[in-house]
Write a protein that binds this ligand. Structure first.
Ligand SMILES: O=C(O)C(=O)CO
Length: 374
């Protein structure tokens, strides 16, 4: 009798599992259905459905989670647990998650609590290059590695920097708004732009992205200055004709466009503040594509109000996005983007593939292509 019951239960489990699997792979079940089934049959089918290693994806499924369309590339190797589902069913997922995927300064904090709740975690895998939002020593103290995607983001981020510089110089956003909402037929003369060609560009931070910007600026016949922790005579100065400024002050005093590309660290936090704005030319433009906190935003508002600089163009702010009533959004000469540095289909695809490679390496104990050391 007992053995017949065991056999019947086992047949029932296997037919339920097959139905669930088929419907998951055909995408006929919605997330809620899957969650419900997993709850109902927890213990019966769970281990069979979750046969791939699990990752916790922190913003994949969020409203506007742009990475959703890249799920197939991840799902080849992993079962994705969106953060929202994890929060609802922590006990079910906690000991199955082996990697956490985060995208830049994500809404979700990888903190002590989260790390403590994931005993099988091997890696925190970051999309993008900046890892200032991750406490690497803390993460490493749990025996967990951190990876990012260097190199992959350089062209797209440099392109955003150039787009912001050109858009600000040539009043692209103001011109568009005039065309769309105009109250008269004449674009005001006071709205004349300024030349990029032949102007002086000061790049703060001559890493891989700074170098890509310098290469692009060369095509615009710009004079290129740079300020960096280390001088880069071989690759940067000779290749792109950039001139090193040992002091930030010199760069600020000489540049028509100041492009901030440094990564955020305790040394670069509020690197550009009231003192620095006072050094800039009154017709200069500040472009920030690094992290919002590298610029003191209150000092920027003050500098714009006092016309100490001509304009600002920002891909990054704090917070992101800015509240709609933030004073920076009230200036016609300020462009604010919602951190679009890497947002192209091609770059994001490569970024996700690199994240998958890093996660697989961490889980299988292989060599990590992009480990970030503390
Ligand atoms: O790669 C990053 O960290 C970025 O923020 C690109 O904009």
């Amino acid at each position: 009798m007992t053995s017949r019951l065991v056999q019947a239960t086992s047949r029932f489990r296997s037919s339920v599992t097959q139905v669930v699997r088929k419907n998951i792979s055909n995408k006929r079940f919605k997330d809620e259905h899957i969650s419900l089934l997993l709850c109902l049959h927890h213990g019966l089918i769970f281990s069979q459905v979750m046969e791939k290693p699990c990752i916790l994806a922190t913003t994949l499924g969020a409203p506007g989670g742009i990475y959703k369309c890249f799920e197939p590339c991840i799902e080849k190797h992993f079962t994705i647990i969106p953060y929202e589902r994890f929060v609802q069913m922590k006990e079910d997922f906690a000991d199955k998650i082996q990697a956490v995927f985060v995208w830049g300064p994500d809404a979700i904090k990888v903190d002590q609590n989260l790390l403590q709740s994931l005993p099988k975690l091997k890696a925190v895998v970051n999309g993008g290059v900046g890892v200032d939002h991750l406490d690497i020593p803390l993460i490493n103290s749990f025996g967990v590695k951190v990876t990012n995607t260097p190199g992959v983001v350089d062209n797209a981020t440099a392109d955003i920097g150039m787009s912001l510089m050109l858009a600000s110089a040539r009043k692209i956003v103001e011109g568009h708004n005039f065309s769309k909402f105009r109250e008269s037929d004449y674009f005001p003369k006071s709205s004349l732009g300024t030349d990029v060609s032949g102007a002086t560009l000061g790049i703060i931070g001559m890493g891989r992205i700074g170098y890509k910007i310098a290469k692009r600026a060369q095509g615009f016949e710009m004079k290129i200055l740079y300020h960096n922790r280390n001088r880069r005579p071989e690759s940067e100065e000779r290749a792109v004709g950039a001139t090193y400024c040992a002091s930030l002050k010199e760069l600020l005093q000489r540049s028509d466009f100041v492009m901030v590309v440094v990564s955020l660290s305790p040394e670069t936090r509020k690197l550009i503040g009231a003192k620095e704005f006072a050094m800039m030319k009154p017709n200069s433009t500040l472009i920030n594509i690094s992290r919002g906190l590298v610029v003191d935003q209150d000092a920027l508002v003050d500098a714009l109000q006092k016309k100490m600089i001509r304009a600002a163009a920002l891909d990054v702010t704090y917070p992101e996005p800015l509240p709609r009533d933030h004073p920076l959004l009230s200036f016609p000469n300020v462009i604010v983007l919602p951190h679009l540095g890497t947002h192209t289909v091609e770059t994001t695809q490569i970024m996700v593939e690199r994240m998958v490679t890093n996660a697989l390496a961490a889980i299988t104990g292989g060599q990590l292509p992009d480990e970030v050391e503390a």
